[in-house]
Structure formats: C-alpha cells, structure tokens
Design a protein around this ligand. Structure first.
Ligand code: HEC
Length: 362
C-alpha cells in the first residue's frame, strides 16, 4: 500500500486534528477578551458574544467545533478499534497516545464548560467534585481537594495552557513526528479540503443555533436547548446514574465501569498478544463488514449519549438565573464552595433533576 493513501484511512483523525486547530484559533481570539474573575467572567463572555465584532460567531463555532471534535475522535477510535490497530507492534504507541488524547479532549470540554461562570458553569464546577465524590475510599478526599483547589484562574490556566501543552506533546508523539517526513502542509491542505462539509456545517450551526447570552435583556425560556446537542452532553451522560440509580450502583455506573472500560481499552495492545489476529481475521476480512461494524458501534455509542442527554435544556438556565435576580439567584454566590451554607450542592440527585427538569425541581 502506498503511504499517501494511508492518510485517508484516518479521515476522522485528520478532521479531529483540524478541529483542534479551529479550537486553537477561536480560543486565542476569545482569550483577548475573557476575564477570569468571579465577578467579570460571565460579563466578559457576554461582551464577546454581544459586542465584539464577530465574537458571537467565534464563540458558537468554538462550541460546535468542540462537539464535532469529540464526535470525530470517538469515530476515529472506533475505526481504529475495528481495524484492530492495537495488534500492530508499530501502532501500539499510537493507540496509547490516542487514548490519552481522548482523555485530554474530554478535559478540555469540562474545563471549557465551567469558564463562562454563569449557572451552567457553576453547576458543572460543583458536579465534577460530586462525580468523583461517590467513589469509595478516595471519593471524599478527591471531592474536597477539587472544591478547595478550584478557582476561575486555575481552571482557565488548565484550559488554555496546561491542556494545550499536553496536547501538543501527545499530538506530536501520536502522528506529527511521522507526518513531518511526508509533509504536514500537504496533509493539512488535503484534509482541510475533504473536511470542508464539516466546517460549513459548524458555521451554519453556529449561526442557526447560537447559545443565548443576551440576558437579562432577552432571557431564554426555561426549557430552551432541549434536544440541541452541546459539549455538555458528553459530561452529563456520565452523571445520569445519579438520577436513576441508588447506592453503590451510582459509582458503579458513573465512575467504575466507564473508567475500567477506558483503562482496559487504553492498554489493550499491551496485554492482547498478536495471536488473536489470525483467529478473528477471517471474520472481519471484508471491507463492507468492517464499515458496517464501525457504523453499528457508532450508532450504539451515540444512541446512548443521545438517550442520556437529549432532554437536558442546556440553554434555559438564565431564564431564572439572570442578573435581574441579584447575587444569589442571578450570579453564582461567592459562598459557592461552602457546602454548609449551600448543602443542596452536595445533593447529586437534586442537582441532576434541576439540570434536566429545572421547571419541576427547584
Ligand atoms: C424555573 C427557574 C429555574 C431554571 C430554569 C433553572 N433554575 Fe437553578 N434554581 C432555581 C431556583 C429557584 C433555585 C434555588 C433553589 C433552592 O435554593 O432551594 C435554583 C438553584 C440552583 C442551583 C443550586 C445552587 C444554589 O446556589 O442555589 C444550581 C447549581 C442551579 N440552580 C443551576 C441551574 C442550571 C445549571 C440551570 C439550567 C440547566 C438552572 N439552574 C435552571 C430556578 C431555576
């Protein structure tokens, strides 16, 4: 097989890489205006969104591109999985760095959701410690640590400095190193061309379905954002066990099982030896079957994410939590770290129901 044609086998990987560049550029633009302070964070985001020329579009592109980036990465992983890349000695390292990159992408999403520091950001910030807090042994310590350690500037630094630095190193190890010999420019140009439909889709979506930020002048409706996919989906889907399950089942389904699956997959090439290839080779020899399997796994994974998340009205929070309501209901309270003053923040089930059904549970 010619080296060139290999490129296209990683269509979704190339797309994810290009979307990361989109995130970098739109992100740099927003760092010019964003202010990482309790009082000003959301105001500065509103300023970007409503006043800065092109700011609204850039912010919404950053959101939609984040969503497609995670989707693209997951499809890229599924394809590599079905192609059994983990059996290649040479690709072992690609597999490992790829999974670490996926973890970084999810970390980008979570830290990014917190940044605007409106009530969605506030909610996400409270739910990250709650999420780890349900685990046995280390849960309480991890939860307290995250609450204590959290500040807006720290979260901001992780999002714009630490995660990008780790990504650059991982991307270099993952494929830039080998790509450099073939020419990165050519690769980028080619993939930019074939990923064009996605770029156009992102701009159209950013224009048609922007995140409402005109409050308190124009407030959204409480249930706005239902059915509209957002990067939030990838986080809240992990939290749905809080709403439907009780006791040990909660950490089991929201932390232990996802974490175990992730770890097992990450190190797959290191304990699955080559022998197994020949055994299963015949089964997936045909290209059509492989493609079918990729589609099937993709449908199942995204079906689950959709089922878990589509009801959450991610745009509606400011219907009730807007500046007209003053500091307690309008802006996240300065006491947000104190669970004695705000005991409700530790009530995971309430927090989830309020996110999903804010018109019913409050
Ligand atoms: C229908 C109005 C309404 C909507 C919509 C709404 N909330 Fe609330 N929210 C409230 C009220 C009222 C309270 C105070 C409840 C209490 O303290 O007993 C509250 C409390 C909270 C709290 C608890 C912490 C605190 O400081 O009181 C969080 C977190 C929260 N809301 C986040 C959200 C998020 C995120 C959304 C959007 C998904 C949202 N809210 C949508 C009315 C609403």
């Amino acid at each position: 097989m010619k080296k060139e044609s290999l490129n296209f086998k990683h269509y979704f990987g190339g797309m994810a890489f290009l979307l990361l560049i989109v995130q970098l550029l739109t992100g740099i633009f927003m760092t010019m205006y964003y202010q990482p302070q309790l009082e000003n964070a959301y105001k500065s985001v509103q300023h970007i969104n409503n006043v800065v020329y092109g700011g609204g579009l850039i912010r919404n592109i950053h959101r939609w591109s984040a969503l497609l980036l995670v989707l693209g990465t997951i499809i890229h992983i599924i394809r590599s999985f079905v192609r059994k890349d983990f059996f290649h000695e040479k690709k072992r390292f690609l597999w490992l760095t790829g999974f670490l990159l996926f973890f970084i992408v999810i970390s980008f999403v979570v830290t990014g959701l917190i940044l605007p520091w409106e009530w969605r950001g506030y909610w996400v910030m409270e739910m990250v410690p709650n999420f780890l807090g349900v685990t046995h042994f280390i849960g309480n310590a991890a939860k307290q640590f995250l609450i204590d350690a959290y500040t807006i500037p720290r979260n901001y630094n992780i999002h714009i400095l630490i995660l990008p630095l780790i990504s650059i190193i991982l991307i270099d190890l993952h494929f830039l190193m080998s790509l450099r010999k073939r020419g990165i420019g050519r690769y980028l140009a080619k993939h930019a061309l074939i990923a064009m439909p996605f770029f156009i889709a992102i701009i159209v979506l950013a224009k048609l379905l922007p995140i409402p930020s005109e409050d308190p002048d124009i407030i959204p409706l409480p249930l706005e954002g239902k059915f509209i996919p957002g990067p939030e989906w990838f986080f809240v889907v992990l939290l749905t066990p809080f709403m439907y399950l009780k006791g040990v089942l909660v950490p089991l389904f929201s932390v232990y099982i996802p974490f175990t699956i992730f770890t097992l997959l990450t190190f797959l090439p290191y304990y699955l030896k080559k022998k197994a290839v020949s055994a299963s080779k015949g089964l997936l020899a045909s290209k059509g079957l492989k493609a079918g399997l990729v589609v099937a796994i993709t449908v199942v994974i995204f079906g689950l994410i959709f089922l878990g998340s589509y009801q959450s009205p991610i745009y509606g929070c400011n219907a009730c939590h807007n500046a007209y309501r003053g500091v307690r209901m309008g802006f996240p309270p300065p006491t947000f770290k104190d669970r004695k003053i705000n005991p409700i923040l530790s009530d995971n089930e309430w927090m989830m129901r309020h996110w999903y059904y804010p018109d019913v549970t409050w």
